[in-house]
Design a protein. Sequence first.
Length: 407
Amino acid sequence: MNLPFYIARRYLFSKKKHHAINIISGISVCGVALATLALVCTLSVFNGFQDMVAGFFTAFDPELKITVREGKVFDGEDERVRAVCALPEVEVVTRTLEENAMVQYKDRQAMVVLKGVEDNFEQLTSIDSILYGNGEFLLRDSIVTYGVIGIELVSTLGTGIQFVDPLQVYLPKRNARVNMANPGASFNRGYLYSPGVVFAVNQPEYDTSYILTSLDFLRRMLDYTTEVSAVELKLRPGASLSSVQDRIERMLGDGFVVQDRYQQQADVFRIMEIEKLISYLFLTFILMIACFNVIGSLSMLILDKKEDVVTLRNLGADDRLIARVFLFEGRLISLFGALIGIVLGLALCFAQQKFGLIALGSSGTFLVDAYPVSVHALDIVVVFFTVLAVGFLSVWYPVRYLSRKLL
């Protein structure tokens, strides 16, 4: 058995001459454990919010989205695109077209984003899970074209969930100059009717400005034929998203961009990752401060064990072995603090998931009642090794210094 480790373990659990040293050692373990607990819980809460936001986007964004690298539109019937759509891993393909437009309902106007989609859009995404109203998701019939609008846009235009009067849509004519004498003649005008439902993604980017309508309607308004803004894909169950994405990128070449759901919302998730990193750094700094308690505990222990050190020297122990005894002591304090903190942190996260102990508020303005929590194994590993690294490094120099000065 490693002699310094064996002695350090005995020192950690044995009763000291001065009872205050046991108390200080216990406080040191508690300090490291509380800092570790804070790291585990904070990172898990950030994971919970990230998973919650990803769930909202999942209902609106496709698994894979193909766009052109330069420009706004491309030919949706391109041979390379058709080859991608014919891949055996692809289950649903929807061509989409987006354009800014002005809409008017009675005396209210708003600038919106019209998204024209094919009739199978309902199969592509879980749009049904975010629809509200007594109607059904419908884009067109033999008589009229429908528009499914965002919940916040309903308030802006004052339409209500099921509006009776049609929504007027204005889009500028392609390659046409604005006639200053009659500006209205420079715009194409169309009408959208209500299918009796609206969508709520709970993200302002969508809810305040998006209207879903038929792809054919928007192409007519823009004087397009086969042009699209994107080709959206849903893969078959069991297909590897990353491998299919890599294969599609090779098939299409550098002129196209293929994005998964997280890449489509890269800005949102990048901000959340930065916030998580900053929190991790701040809590690591607090952990470093907590490790100063370990240094105080070791200095008291060194003074308490002077007689033991004399005995060890008489038995032939050198300065290096004696320093290693107290170095292992500090490392054991950090190790037990890390283990206790992780166990308590996981227990608290489980209790939050199960019972919602910490609520967000009672005003009813939040999407969830309690803080969402999601424990990731990688975060636990990172926290564990962070605590060990900070604890080990924080006691290395002080132990060597104190050993020379006090012994």
